[in-house]
Design a protein around this ligand. Structure first.
Ligand code: SF4
Ligand code: SF4
Length: 347
C-alpha cells in the first residue's frame, strides 16, 4: 500500500477570510469567507503535531519557510485574539514555530501595529512574514507594507522579518507609495510580456488556485497533453509539507481545494491513509492532472481551448468542474474554494 511521508513543516490556515482576494491566491481566500478555526480544532491540531514531532529539529537543508509550523490565512490578523491564542498555545506545547504571515492591509496605525507585534513576540513568536508583491499591491498601498516592515524590524529584529518578496518594494515604489497599484499599470509600462515575466518568473508563481485563470493570459499556455507525464506523487505523498485549514482539512503541499482527510488526529490519519479510499487523489498520484482530466471527460468536462499555464492550472480547472458537478468527492473540500475561486469580493 502507498505510504504518505509525515509532515515536517505545516501552515495552519486560521481562516480563509481575507481583506484581499489576490489574483494569485492558492487558497481562493477573500472577504466572502466567514469562518475562523475553532479553538478546539486548533488545540487538537497542535496537540497532534506535538505528538508527531518528538525531538523535532527543522531540516537545515530546507528553506526557513519550511521549518516548523506557521500560522497563515486568509489574513490571520482579522481575528487577533485567535492568532494570539494560537501562538500562546504553540509556545506552551513546545511545538516549533516558524512565523506568522500577514498581508499588512490592517497596518494603518503605528501604535496598533507595534502593540500587536509586541504581544505576539512576547508570547513566543520568533519571526514574522510580510507579503509584498504586485498582487497584494493591487489593493494595499505600499505605505502599509512599509509601516509593517519598519515596526516588525523594531519588534522582532531585522533578521526575523521575512519580506516576501523584498525586491518588489522598489518596483512598486516606482509607481506609487500612497495608493494601490492596479495590475494593468504594470502592463502599461512593461507590456504584456514584460509584466508576465515580472509576475510569473519574478514572483515564482505556482499556477494553482486563481493564478492560472486570472493571470494566465500574461504567460505561456500549453495544451493538457504537455502535462501527460506529470504526476503529483511528490506533492501529495513525499513533500512532507502541508496546510491544515479551519475545517480540519489536510491539504497536501500547496494544493488548495484538496483534502486528504481530517488532520485533527495525525497518528490516526497516517495509520489509516489509504489511496484506494481517495479515488481522485489516487489518480493525481498515479496519473497526474492529465489522468484526472481523462476521468472528468467521461462526466462531460471540456478542456480549455486556450491551454494551461502549468499542471496545477489544469488540475484546478478539472477539480472545479468535478466539485460543481457532484458533491460525492469529499477530497474536493472545502466546497467554497470552488465557489469563491473567481469571485472573492462579490457575486
Ligand atoms: S494571497 Fe494572501 S493576502 Fe492575497 S487573498 Fe490570498 S491569503 Fe489573502
Ligand atoms: S496538479 Fe493538483 S494535485 Fe498536483 S500539485 Fe498541482 S494542485 Fe496539487
Amino acid at each position: 500500500m502507498e505510504k504518505i511521508y509525515p509532515i515536517d513543516s505545516v501552515g495552519i490556515i486560521l481562516t480563509y477570510k481575507c481583506s484581499l482576494g489576490c489574483k494569485h491566491c492558492l487558497y481562493a481566500c477573500g472577504p466572502k469567507w466567514k469562518e475562523f478555526m475553532r479553538i478546539e480544532t486548533l488545540n487538537s491540531i497542535l496537540q497532534s503535531i506535538k505528538k508527531l514531532w518528538k525531538n523535532y529539529r527543522p531540516n537545515p537543508s530546507k528553506n526557513i519557510l519550511f521549518h516548523g509550523i506557521h500560522f497563515a490565512g486568509g489574513e490571520p490578523f482579522l481575528n487577533f485574539p485567535l492568532l494570539l491564542s494560537a501562538v500562546k498555545m504553540a509556545k506552551e506545547l513546545g511545538v516549533y514555530m516558524g512565523y506568522v504571515e500577514t498581508n499588512a492591509e490592517w497596518c494603518i496605525d503605528r501604535e496598533d501595529v507595534y502593540k500587536k507585534f509586541s504581544l505576539l513576540k512576547d508570547s513566543g513568536l520568533p519571526r514574522i512574514f510580510i507579503s509584498c508583491s504586485p498582487f497584494h499591491a493591487e489593493k494595499i498601498p505600499l505605505k502599509k507594507t512599509l509601516l509593517a516592515i519598519e515596526v516588525a524590524q523594531k519588534v522582532f529584529g531585522p533578521e526575523n522579518v521575512i519580506i516576501y518578496m523584498a525586491h518588489f518594494i522598489k518596483e512598486i515604489a516606482k509607481f506609487n507609495i500612497e495608493n494601490p497599484v492596479p495590475l494593468d499599470r504594470w502592463e502599461n509600462i512593461y507590456g504584456k510580456k514584460g509584466a508576465g515575466y515580472i509576475f510569473w518568473e519574478g514572483y515564482g508563481l505556482i499556477p494553482g488556485g486563481r493564478s492560472g485563470f486570472l493571470l494566465g493570459d500574461l504567460w505561456y499556455k500549453y495544451p493538457p497533453e504537455v502535462f501527460r507525464e506529470d504526476t503529483c506523487r511528490f506533492e501529495i505523498l513525499e513533500s512532507q509539507h502541508a496546510h491544515f485549514d479551519p475545517y480540519g482539512n489536510y491539504i497536501p503541499y500547496f494544493c488548495g481545494g484538496i483534502s486528504l482527510g481530517s488532520c485533527e488526529n495525525l497518528e490516526e490519519f497516517y495509520n489509516n491513509f489509504n489511496l484506494d479510499k481517495l479515488p481522485l487523489i489516487k489518480i493525481l498520484v498515479e496519473r497526474g492532472p492529465y489522468g484526472l482530466m481523462r476521468f472528468a471527460e467521461e462526466l462531460g468536462f471540456v478542456k480549455s481551448s486556450e491551454g494551461y499555464v502549468g499542471k496545477c492550472h489544469l488540475c484546478v480547472h478539472v477539480r472545479k468542474f468535478l466539485a460543481q458537478k457532484t458533491n460525492k468527492f469529499l477530497e474536493l473540500s472545502p466546497q467554497n474554494f470552488y465557489n469563491f475561486l473567481f469571485s472573492p469580493y462579490g457575486d
